[in-house]
Design a protein around this ligand. Sequence first.
Ligand code: NAD
Length: 252
Amino acid sequence: ISLAPKVAIVTGAGAGIGEAIARALAEAGATVVVSDIDAGAAERVAASIPGSLAVAADVTDEAAVQNLIARTVETFGHLDVVVPNAGIAVTSPLAATSFEDWRKVLAVNLDGVFLTIRHALPALVSSGGGAIVNISSITSLRGSALIASYAAAKAAVTNLTATVAAEMRGYGIRANAVQPGFIDTTLVTSHQGDFEAALGLEPGGFDDLIAAKQTRYGTVEEVAAAVTFLASDASSWCNGSTLVLDGGFTSS
Ligand code: NAD
């Protein structure tokens, strides 16, 4: 797969899956804009990717997102690939979830995806087309105890992906999504204890649940490889599709 000479923006690229996506896209030949709310993290990742640009942006801040797109086009002349990856999780039973926490997760995981796509679309149209790869989740496939806001946002992202595909297919813009299962990043590991306590499991019991399905945590590289495919012309006939990346966890 070659992504040259495409220009790609990855949000939330200062750590975890987004960082791996930024590296994979660059290895495939793309020029990458590494964006994160954490300016230092974005700078650190960009410093190790030759030719890349770090732009700090909170995806819930419309002006910051507009600046991210404008800086990209000013610096590199065009925009071809957008990966609205930034996301957060808050763990609590629905009956104990504050409206503030609910809104916080929806703001990053849904509003942030909308804002990134909304402001990237004119630049993608100017480039004559492009690819959007959203990061949904297997939590969008069914109910997910303790992460209601996260799962609801991810289900909305899956739906939004198909709407973008439908509206933009006439412009050569494709939108697809990946639905990862449990991937080994701090987003998951920092909440593992909460899940275990709520499910009445011993510490480490969550790992046993995954092992019982004869699977494991996925790696950030496994997500990045699928995103690279969906960002590339090798996936030219994929539009409005979602790809489950969970080692078979949700298959039965
Ligand atoms: P992570 O916590 O390791 O990294 C998230 C990054 O996003 C961080 O660098 C953080 O600074 C940044 N970020 C947070 N809020 C932001 C904001 N408002 N604006 C810009 N950047 C912001 O998480 P991760 O596991 O790498 O998750 C990346 C994406 O993958 C998220 O959308 C997440 O929901 C999704 N996902 C993760 C898993 C998993 O198991 N880890 C599974 C399915 C989907």
